[in-house]
Design a protein around this ligand. Structure first.
Ligand code: GTP
Ligand code: MG
Length: 227
């Protein structure tokens, strides 16, 4: 089985349409796990409504307490039945049409990453400031995993066995990076895609997010050295 985890915070306007488009892909042996962090806009209700309506296996985890994107994804992994796990955003930055191709690639490799930084991939509509931040952040992340072009991608699928017995303890947003650094994969493949900036909803990128990212990089470096 394949389990796709979608973390959500205030995605009421996006999640219904995304679930509909995923449903239309008609994937076999597939479940979606939406992990909502108590969104005040009733994202959870929207998920429940679609779970009743659509012929797609949809589970909803409602988290309470302090919100945390990476911990939400880890909770999703725990609840997931699949031996293949995936993660994607709810804000249409990640095109659902790419999912079948990514899953197909897993027949040959242990990890598939949707990349904005290889030929054919790009980022649309980011202001210069965000491009500069992203470039610096990618540079730092690549010191840990030089072979991966887009280590900050949040759109990926992998075989669950690569994180078996691993202690995943991400700080901040980049659960993908945690897996790309610590995961026990023999090979990986990157597939290009065009990243569209969110159209609906507000960005959560702020100073605290950047600081947490830097701590995460440091922590992963310590992990690597100690290993
Ligand atoms: N469960 C949970 N999901 C979150 C949280 N923060 C963000 N998300 C979701 O995680 C995904 C990525 O978050 P985004 O806010 O799109 O992050 P981003 O792409 O770096 O920034 P923008 O698209 O500019 O907002 C989206 O599906 C969000 O709804 C959180 O604290 N908890
Ligand atoms: Mg986004």
């Amino acid at each position: 089985m394949i389990s796709l985890i979608i973390p959500t915070y205030k995605e009421k306007e996006n999640i219904g349409k995304l679930l509909f488009l995923i449903c239309k892909l008609n994937l076999k042996d597939f479940e979606v796990i939406v992990v909502d962090d108590n969104s005040p806009d009733n994202t959870a209700e929207e998920v429940e409504k679609n779970a009743k309506k659509l012929p797609l296996k949809i589970k909803l985890i409602k988290r309470k307490g302090k919100r945390d994107l990476s911990l939400s994804v880890l909770e999703g992994f725990k609840k997931a039945k699949g031996e293949i796990l995936g993660v994607m955003d709810a804000d249409f930055s990640h095109p659902p049409e790419l999912i079948p191709k990514m899953i197909k690639e897993l027949e040959n490799v242990d990890l598939v990453i949707a990349s904005r930084k290889i030929s054919g991939g790009e980022i649309k509509k980011w202001p210069l400031k965000r491009k500069i931040f992203s470039g610096l952040a990618t540079f730092l992340a690549k010191t840990l995993v030089p072979k991966i072009s887009d280590p900050l991608s949040g759109f990926f699928f992998f075989k669950r066995k690569i994180i078996k017995e691993l202690k995943l303890s991400p700080i901040g947003y980049k659960i993908g990076l945690e897996i790309f650094v610590k995961g026990k994969y023999k090979n990986f493949k990157e597939i290009p895609f065009v990243f569209k900036d969110r159209e609906i909803g507000k960005s959560k990128l702020n100073f605290k997010v950047i600081l947490k990212f830097l701590f995460h990089i440091l922590k992963l470096w310590f992990w690597k050295i100690k290993k």
